[in-house]
Ligand binder design. Sequence first.
Ligand SMILES: Cc1cc2nc3c(=O)[nH]c(=O)nc-3n(C[C@H](O)[C@H](O)[C@H](O)COP(=O)(O)O)c2cc1C
Length: 319
Amino acid sequence: MLPWFAPGSPVPLYLAPMAGFTDDAFRALCKQHGAGVLVTEFAQCEGLVRGGESAWRVLRIPGNQRPAGVQIFGAKPDFMALAATLVQERIRPDFIDLNFGCPACAVTDQNAGSSLLRFPALLQEIAVRVVQAIGSTTPVTAKIRIGWDRQSINAQEIVRRLEDAGVEAIAIHGRTRAQGYSGEADWGEIARAVASTRIPIIGNGDIDAPGTAIERLRESGVRALMVGRAALGNPWLFSALRAALDGRPIPPPPSQTERLSTMLDYAAALLAGASNASIRHLLPKLQAFTHGLPGSRVLRNRLSSCQNLADLRALVSCP
Ligand SMILES: Cc1cc2nc3c(=O)[nH]c(=O)nc-3n(C[C@H](O)[C@H](O)[C@H](O)COP(=O)(O)O)c2cc1C
């Protein structure tokens, strides 16, 4: 059993894996503010097996970021099992998570990610092979959507197959692949999946405030909550959610100064001390820290003209 699901443990808060955003510096920030369980950005199993450094780079788990899982994706049972074995040996994660939810065409065109929801037997075979390869030492979990489209919702079948395969917990994003990120997450479907299984279900989709977290938890019966987009630029959300779940007063939101100086520290951590390096490629990650601030549009415009850390430091000292 994953120890954070032991009876009597507080409801775990997961940071959702988000490719291009949940790098190790951001995961560290979320951990510092109360995220309980972290997951890396996903890595393609073929890339890991072939030894591509770019695939391995996103999987680093510093010691202060545990418990943390590594997420892998692929469509071939052999490659997935081999990649999981390599990850287990090289990274020693607290769990390995199988991605059966990614809607991106680059992934579904390989019949990986959410595409596998249309091929439940193959999806199950992947899970079985990974569990056979590493399950005796490293727990295997999975992340799914509720189905490929409205006409083919099959979360309960997929959950049953994953449970039979020996998967130890399943995160369900309450949208179909066809929805992408639009519309609302269907927590009714998540609740039906919870009722159909004995393994822990982690509920995911549109949790952006303490009230929503409490309500979704109560109405669905999930054993954990996973938070994605609302945490981007706002790792403090985890402190608020943790306080709400523990029945403590919600801490006040961070001041503008704290948000911007955290953004600066984050950028510095991403550049690992290379103070003259360009920050252009970091802008989407940094822009997220300005959401909701007074004059955020002006701030974002000024941010987009920053070239390096010195420019960013000047902006933060005089916003
Ligand atoms: C930019 C971005 C990248 C994502 N990358 C991944 C990923 O690598 N693996 C995965 O399982 N889900 C990924 N997701 C989906 C999220 O983990 C999550 O399921 C989704 O955003 C819904 O949760 P939310 O409403 O709290 O954002 C990504 C989402 C976004 C917005």
